[in-house]
Write a protein that binds this ligand. Structure first.
Ligand code: GDP
Ligand code: MG
Length: 204
């Protein structure tokens, strides 16, 4: 069994985060908690690359559509009037398109992150998808005010600053997708690892 400190995850600072000058703050929070950044790159992603980043399976797209429908219902708006459909799968496909448009609208920063419970810890730092539900102290809770109802009415994705893998399975796919063939992943020893893992043999 590999050492728990070898767990890896993927994070992306979305175009709103980059444009608002929050990159440094986000990097700081990841490093401060003790997670190790082993890859980092800024670029404007191609549509095709983002399309293959987000899952295409019906279950994922349907969940996105269901959430959107639920938001409309909760706030007393009519999804059928706005989008000419009641179908959650169709709605999910539409939101997925908004997401792709948003993620290709400007430069992003991608990060490969490693550490104990990297996936869970990174999600904890990021906070809930919906900024109003994200706890203070999280990246989304501290720096975003967007809401699904506002985003849906303007036919765009929620601007919530960062993307981070939700599960180890998602992390494996996304890590491979963005850093798979690249030489931009590094291993090195952080000074605090000598305190945390004195018994573990390290690579130089
Ligand atoms: P995440 O893992 O917390 O980013 O959330 P999801 O995987 O559920 O959704 C992916 C992204 O789609 C989110 O980060 C939002 O930018 C966007 N999104 C999610 N739900 C909605 C919604 O109901 N309406 C809109 N407009 N965008 C949404
Ligand atoms: Mg997600």
């Amino acid at each position: 069994m590999k050492h728990p400190k070898e767990e890896k995850t993927f994070l992306m600072i979305k175009p709103d985060g980059v444009k608002r000058g929050l990159s440094g703050e986000i990097i700081l929070r990841i490093e401060k908690v003790g997670l190790k950044i082993i890859g980092l790159k800024m670029f404007k992603p191609e549509e095709d690359k983002v399309d293959n980043h987000y899952p295409k399976n019906e279950e994922w797209v349907r969940r996105l559509g269901e959430r959107t429908k639920e938001t409309y219902r909760k706030y007393g708006y009519n999804m059928k009037e706005e989008h000419d459909t009641e179908d959650v799968l169709e709605m999910g496909r539409e939101v997925r398109k908004w997401l792709i448009n948003f993620m290709t609208s400007g430069p992003v920063i991608i990060m490969a992150i490693k550490g104990i419970h990297a996936v869970e810890m990174t999600r904890k730092l990021v906070g809930d998808t919906i900024p109003s539900k994200a706890e203070l102290g999280t990246i989304r809770g501290d720096f975003s005010i967007d809401s699904p109802i506002s985003a849906n009415r303007d036919h765009r994705a929620i601007y919530n600053i960062v993307h981070a893998s939700e599960t180890e399975e998602e992390a494996a796919h996304e890590f491979q997708h963005w850093f798979g063939d690249s030489e931009a992943v590094w291993d090195y020893q952080r000074s605090d690892e000598m305190v945390m893992f004195p018994e573990t043999k390290e690579k130089k």
